[in-house]
Design a protein around this ligand. Sequence first.
Ligand code: PHE
Length: 451
Amino acid sequence: MSNRGSFGSKIGVVLAAAGSAVGLGNVWRFPTEVGNNGGAAFILIYLFSVFFIGVPVMVSEFVIGRNTHANTITAFRKLAPKTWWRIGGIEGVFVAFFISCYYIVVSGWTLHYTVASFLNRLSGDQDYKAFFNSFVSNPWEPIIYTVVFMLMTHFVIVRGVERGIERFSKLMMPMLLLIIAVLVICSFSMSGFAEGITYLLRPDFSKVTPSVVLSAVGQAFYSLSLAMGCLCTYASYFGPNTNLMKTAMSVSVIDTCVAILCGFIIFPAVFSVPGVEPGEGPGLVFITLPHVFNIAFHSVPLIGFLFSSLFYLLLLLSALTSAISLHEPVTAYIHEEWHVSRHRAAGMVTAGCILLAIACSLSMGVWNGFRIGGLCLFDLFDFVSAKIILPLGGIIICLFVGWRLDRQLVYNEVTNNGSLRIRLFRLYIFLVRWVAPLAISIIFINELFLS
Ligand code: PHE
């Protein structure tokens, strides 16, 4: 495909892929997992999962994408024509679409909280639980924010790869890192800093059980945006000189540092307010934190205002760069395979996502009674895509690159046709053939049947 977009610079490649990886999972999920699961002991296992399972899978996605220069479905078809392996590509595009549909709902909430904190509505002694509940169960408000958020994503996507995704990531990622630095510095001055950091980092190996190991691997997978077609699609825009191994390492290091630093921001604040339990997920971010920010900075409301506004802006930007990377695999597929313009393809994806997102959003409120298998639509999307399709996709990618693809082709991609010396190539092949698929299979079976 001659007129395909491509990234214009190495830094653009790293920042776009890191933008996909750094997301809500880093800000709200990682710190809680660390705190609950043995502090530094969990971080150690997590690092192991990132570098021994996550990086090999990421490199494999890069190999598939860059070798074919095509959307994920076409990529699998090109590499293994007329075989069942094409399911790997179909999975990537579908899961990206379905994850988008509920990811943008939560992203819409972050937009609402960003606006509310900049308008100083997240201040004062109010019931933040009621504030959150009345917002998400309102039929209109969350939908409006979700639609606005989706249109922001759409606006970047229609501008194309270099002028849209790359330029936006180059602007947003440094801003995001700057916000993190400011917030971390602020949190040094909090009364709960020592206690918060101790909670986060104290190594407690007694808490490490097999299920903790499994959640570390699961978290690594989600946080690095693996098996969703996102990184594979981005890699299809890489140039011939991009060093795949180095890019995967840089993205993983950035993602992990951001995750740990988010813990440095959240827990000192939580522990500065007596009697507050560090909850998790949406409860932590949308209920506990506004309350905590408000009390922790009671004496200097201006700093409280700035801290909370910056925090929600951080959340919003990280969600935006991730949502863009979820939009792209589907847009690229429709554009290239259905032969419609990129504009039109993006419009179709945006419209489809908005429709399903509205249903997801309503399922948290007025449609809450409609359940399938005991789950409301929002939870069902999350369960099916993250717990079932995602691990299966991960296994397919490993088996495909480890066993099906020609070893020489993989070698040529990883070493840029022999011009790079990659000493760890054999280790990479071993990990992708054995370690990663086995580890993911164990998680999958455990999550689905044993927990
Ligand atoms: N990696 C993102 C996060 O940590 C989530 C995500 C999943 C982003 C899939 C893009 C694609 O939140």
